[in-house]
Design a protein around this ligand. Structure first.
Ligand code: BGC
Length: 509
């Protein structure tokens, strides 16, 4: 077995284990948190393009939509409509900080359980909504579910997985997000023709995965890392044996204990995060989330039906095209599961930048040259737009989508892991909120230029990846400091020992 150096300097053999049935079960159940997140992403675009929903809650938008000479790019520009979509993400942002505390004090499993209660409550309120306040409140509660779920699931998966397949298992979170988005698209396609309460069915069906997550979260285990960190050493050891399917766990156990001991010394993980040595993973985690959102993906995921109507599709054709992009999104994620631990993270991210840059630019040019404020694209042009949107989604789905979640979940040392990951989740939610809230207005004001705006961001993120993002493929989570940060040409300058004068540490009595 090859030796590795842990973040605490000791040499331990590279640990490994079988992929047990129990691990697979835990992965599937916890990934339902991702499915619910995806469902919420995918459902709102279709619902907000349904006339029955607009008549009930947004009559002004409905009137504008029906207005014959309304500018193509502006017909859905309504801040309340955007608030319906975006309120979920602002709630998730706030909730992720509470979730981080729960996650380190009570564990990943409890965090997920609390999240699933929120999901069930939020779905009930939304589907039964009789006024806008109720529907938006439902979305806010769902947002709390997303904040708790997105905090717990990626960490849970990264800590449960043996290092050699950590990337692949972690990406199951993203895979389930894409499954959620796809299911939402398919459901919207059918419920759009159920009058007048199709939208209620769309929103209410999220209750099924929410109930599965709630029940399932009682069947999964806590991660050994979280148990050991909270001093439940024997249980941690037993769980490690169970999930690895072998008694030969000493090496892995020892490295978790060492990481936990260091973690327990830290009184205030958020303050520790502000130290220079935490800067590399923190900057990478936040920047990756900002970049992920400024690829423009959610302009497509939230507003694809609206966007496809903008270029001239009818309501049903627009919803169908959304299902097609949903399928592309899901199948392309499988490519990432297969390649991430072989080709590595950087190759996928860089290749996708090229692909997404080209497609965004082409879509922008097409709309610029052919889509006037009144009238629509001809059918060939509209189909070309859908094809380019699919190629764009493909690139995102095997790179920035999954890796935006994977990399921050594997690069923090244990002592700052939940706090650092909370910063990642909340940055993601903040940027998702911004896109959800601003996209329709940006589309109205910038018109086709919005696609060049996203293309410029993609250029910047490509350069960042090229020069500043280290490869983390195959490196055990608790060895990142020694093997990644201390070796990197740029980030190593921050890896000074900031133990001296460290008032964040618990004073040993
Ligand atoms: C992102 C979401 C996005 C989804 C698309 C996720 O990784 O966080 O914002 O809608 O991917 O598949």
């Amino acid at each position: 077995m090859p030796a590795v150096i842990t973040s605490h300097g000791s040499h331990v053999p590279e640990h490994d284990g079988k992929i047990t049935f129990y691990v697979i079960l835990c992965v599937i159940i916890s990934a339902f948190g991702g499915l619910l997140f995806g469902y919420d992403i995918g459902i709102s675009g279709g619902v907000t393009s349904m006339d029955d929903f607009l008549i009930e809650f947004f009559p002004a938008v409905y009137d504008k939509k029906k207005h014959a000479h309304e500018d193509n790019y502006c017909k859905y520009d309504n801040e309340y409509l955007q608030l319906f979509t975006s309120s979920l993400y602002i709630a998730a942002l706030v909730a992720s900080f509470a979730a981080s505390k729960v996650c380190s004090k009570f564990g990943r499993r409890t965090t997920l359980q609390i999240g699933s209660f929120f999901f069930v409550g939020g779905v009930a309120l939304q589907a039964g909504g009789i006024n806008l306040a109720m529907v938006v409140l439902g979305r806010i509660i769902l947002g709390c579910g997303v904040g708790f779920g997105n905090q717990a699931v990626p960490l849970f998966l990264s800590e449960l997985a043996p290092a050699r397949i950590r990337g692949a298992l972690n990406i199951c979170f993203q895979l389930f997000i894409t499954i959620g988005i796809l299911i939402a698209g398919i459901i919207n396609y059918f419920t759009a023709n159920i009058h007048p309460h199709g939208w209620r069915i769309s929103l209410g069906l999220a209750g099924v995965p929410a109930a599965i997550l709630l029940v399932g979260s009682f069947a999964i285990c806590e991660t050994p890392t979280s148990l050991i960190e909270r001093n439940q050493i024997d249980q941690g050891k037993a769980t490690l044996r169970r999930i690895r399917g072998t008694d030969n766990i000493t090496a892995e156990f020892d490295s978790i204990v060492a990481a936990s001991e260091a973690a327990r010394q830290v009184k205030n993980p958020f303050r520790k995060l502000m130290r220079p040595s935490s800067r590399p993973p923190l900057v990478i985690a936040i920047v990756l989330q900002v970049f992920q959102q400024f690829t423009g993906i959610n302009a497509i995921m939230f507003y694809a039906p609206v966007l496809f109507q903008t270029v001239g599709f009818g309501n049903n054709a627009a919803l169908l095209s959304t299902v097609i992009t949903g399928l592309v999104n899901m199948f392309s994620t499988l490519v990432s599961i297969y390649t991430v631990d072989k080709a590595g993270r950087r190759v996928l991210l860089l290749e996708a930048c090229v692909q997404m840059f080209i497609t965004q630019t082409v879509i922008g040019l097409l709309l610029l040259l052919h889509l006037k404020p009144a009238g629509s694209l001809n059918s060939t042009e509209a189909i070309v737009v859908v094809v380019f949107v699919c190629v764009y989604v493909m690139g995102f789905a095997w790179s920035w989508g999954p890796l935006g979640w994977l990399i921050p979940s594997e690069t923090f040392p244990l002592e700052t892991r939940t706090a650092g990951f909370a910063c990642a989740v909340s940055s993601n939610m903040l940027c998702t909120f911004i896109i959800a809230q601003a996209f329709l207005s940006m589309l109205c004001h910038m018109k086709a230029g919005i696609f060049f705006f996203f293309a410029s961001w993609i250029l910047v993120m490509g350069l960042f990846t090229l020069f500043l993002l280290p490869e983390t493929k195959g490196v055990p989570v608790d060895s990142m400091v020694e093997r990644v940060w201390k070796q990197h040409w740029f980030w190593k300058r921050y890896m000074i020992d900031d133990d001296e004068n460290d008032d964040d540490k618990v004073v040993k009595g």
